[in-house]
Design a protein around this ligand. Structure first.
Ligand SMILES: [Zn+2]
Ligand SMILES: [Zn+2]
Length: 95
């Protein structure tokens, strides 16, 4: 699953993108942000804490949107403007 970084300059919170509506449970356990917002115009992501600063993108003014399965799929397929930090396979070995 793709891991993005928060677009806020001083924030290094990793953001887990998942098609699961509640976010990936393993990513939650690892302390990754699963309740992000993003700007479809710029491709930037923000963690839930930085998202509290406003509802519009500081770059282009477009309304920031929350996670949705179609959006997560788009990121996974590589159809997203921003670079994906890492792709981590987060699965339990004991399941
Ligand atoms: Zn924007
Ligand atoms: Zn942040």
């Amino acid at each position: 699953m793709p891991v993005m970084q928060c677009g806020e300059e001083k924030c290094e919170q990793p953001i887990s993108v998942s098609v699961a509506p509640e976010g990936n449970p393993i990513a939650r356990e690892l302390g990754m942000c699963v309740a992000y917002v993003c700007c479809e115009q710029c491709g930037r992501f923000w963690c839930d804490e930085c998202a509290a600063s406003g509802s519009a993108c500081p770059e282009c003014g477009q309304a920031r949107t929350g996670p949705s399965p179609p959006h997560a799929l788009m990121v996974m397929m590589g159809h997203w403007r921003a670079d994906v930090l890492a792709t981590v396979s987060l699965t339990r070995s004991d399941s």
